[in-house]
Design a protein around this ligand. Structure first.
Ligand SMILES: Cc1cc2nc3c(=O)[nH]c(=O)nc-3n(C[C@H](O)[C@H](O)[C@H](O)COP(=O)(O)OP(=O)(O)OC[C@H]3O[C@@H](n4cnc5c(N)ncnc54)[C@H](O)[C@@H]3O)c2cc1C
Length: 479
């Protein structure tokens, strides 16, 4: 445990507003969103400026205290949960929540790390622009967390992950020095790209304090459709058809099984099925135009769907007739994680395989998992066009003690699913990161060259291992 005299040093540095010690206020931030990991921390440090972050990090280094950077605490892999032995303090960016600038002429927003994603969405919209990355946790996830997990979401198909949207970064490195990389230069060949090393580093190389983010023109018109299909292979055929006919206006393309839709309808109040036919699989597709002189996106989507019916790819379809209906279609997609959580105990895998292999993987891996672990049900949903789905294995019906089921079966199911992913040439983490949940599996499955490079980079930035201990980097006995 960390001594009170050390906490007092942080209070002297940051003032009482910058240090939370009341256990009732600290506790909610010591468990993860899925309530899978439970840590402990004597305090949450919340500096209010980059200089205060730098001073906090320097003091922690002096006192040999580990820090766990935390944003909205929506990590799906226990990435922001402190260690259970109370040996670290939480470093929260919640008071650094200013949008420092937002320039439509430059298509650039400079945001502090604690800015919540939906706040940036609204500010960009007010300026006639938008930040083209969205996900179910947009009301809580912060820019610092999104950068540090290289988050993806539902617009990656067209705009890429955070790696493609971050133009510059300001960060405090483990020795307390400030890396000022907010210059957002189009061209910069000064050797290693420090910004890209920090993106996706999961708080293990330092703490991001601000980021310069690329904006795109606001949507002038959009069409959102819901399409019922027979198989994931048909869903992929529909994606390729819409891309061929509609070009890069395809902004979102999400796939889910009918069973998964049923969870949303059962658990999320006010939702209803967009089409009448309960087809085995469903697709949510959005096409966008930034230019009002283009023909109506709804007409263009209708044309593509007519062709899909003609070719026998689509079974049923609906195009939202107004914005409220379009939002209702998206609400279903954005509620999938929440409804899966409400459905009962499950193991979740955020995996990617080459796009062309994904339809077969979705069917075959689910069938194989169910056969190998009798009573379980498996299915997947998500970003088919990115070759990334969230593959869930649910506990047998009637399982009342989820943690006990996970303790008994989790390791075997993890290994089974991850081995199948690796055999298909994929990645065990497509967008959520490694955190503590997948650390040992990364150690088991990654090549020696990948592990050696990860460890060398970690040692170069944080030789004393004070940043987010126990996350991402496999322990020696896990390699
Ligand atoms: C309902 C739901 C849906 C989701 N959907 C998606 C999705 O579609 N795509 C996707 O990619 N993710 C998704 N996620 C996961 C999650 O929202 C993202 O990982 C998000 O980027 C985390 O942001 P956060 O601010 O909550 O970070 P936290 O959870 O607080 O932290 C995440 C990681 O980043 C580190 N970190 C946080 N802030 C900083 C900082 N300032 N500097 C350095 N390190 C930092 C933490 O130490 C931790 O390792 C979803 C989560 C939920 C709950």
């Amino acid at each position: 445990m960390i001594e009170q005299q050390h906490i007092d040093r942080f209070i002297a540095l940051l003032g009482p507003k910058g240090v939370t010690t009341d256990p009732d206020d600290v506790r909610p931030w010591t468990s993860d969103w899925r309530d899978r990991y439970h840590g402990a921390a004597a305090a949450i440090l919340s500096p209010a400026s980059t200089q205060e972050v730098a001073a906090t990090v320097a003091l922690a280094a002096d006192l040999d205290i580990a820090l766990v950077p935390q944003g909205g605490n929506t990590s799906m892999v226990g990435g922001a949960t402190p260690p259970a032995d109370g040996s670290a303090l939480i470093l929260s960016l919640r008071r650094m929540n200013r949008i420092r600038s937002l320039r439509a002429d430059d298509n650039l927003a400079v945001c502090e790390a604690g800015v919540i994603l939906s706040v940036l969405h609204d500010a960009a919209e007010d300026a006639g622009r938008r930040f083209p990355l969205s996900l179910g946790a947009k009301g809580s996830a912060t820019i610092g967390g999104l950068v540090s997990t290289n988050a993806g979401g539902t617009q990656v198909l067209r705009h890429g992950t955070m790696r493609a949207l971050v133009e510059g970064i300001e960060a405090v490195l483990p020795d307390g020095s400030i890396f000022d990389g907010l210059d957002a230069l189009k061209k910069d060949n000064r050797g290693y790209d420090i910004k890209q090393l920090l993106i996706g580093a999961e708080g293990t190389l330092g703490v991001v304090t601000a980021a310069a983010l690329r904006l795109v023109p606001a949507i002038a018109a959009r069409a959102v459709g819901w399409v019922g299909v027979q198989t994931p292979a048909d869903a992929l055929a529909l994606l390729r058809l819409t891309e061929t006919m509609l070009g890069d206006s395809v902004e979102g393309f999400e796939v889910l099984a009918d069973e998964t839709l049923g969870f949303v309808l059962g658990h999320i109040p006010g939702t209803r099925a967009p089409i009448e036919t309960r087809t085995p699989w469903h697709v949510l597709v959005e096409i966008d135009h930034a230019d009002l002189s283009d023909p109506s996106p709804a007409e263009r989507l209708e044309g593509a769907l007519a062709e899909a019916f003609e070719r026998g790819i689509a079974i049923d379809a609906a195009i939202a007739t107004n914005e409220a209906q379009a939002d209702a279609f998206w609400r279903i997609r954005e509620s999938l994680s929440e409804s899966e959580r409400a459905q009962g105990p499950a193991l979740q895998y955020d995996i990617s395989v080459p796009v062309a292999k994904m339809p077969a993987f979705m069917i075959e891996a689910a069938a194989a998992a169910q056969a190998r672990f009798p009573g379980t049900t498996a299915s997947s949903f998500g970003h088919l066009g990115d070759g990334n789905v969230h593959f869930h294995v649910r506990a047998p019906k009637g399982t009342s003690d989820g943690p006990a089921w996970i303790a008994a079966e989790g390791q075997a199911i993890n290994a089974f699913v991850h081995d199948a992913v690796v055999a298909a040439g994929g990645s065990i983490s497509a967008e959520h990161g490694i955190g503590q949940m997948k650390r040992a599996e990364l150690g088991r499955l990654a090549s020696p060259a990948r592990i050696a490079a990860l460890c060398a980079i970690k040692a170069a930035f944080d030789p004393r291992g004070l940043f987010n201990p126990g996350k991402l980097i496999p322990l020696p006995d896990e390699i």
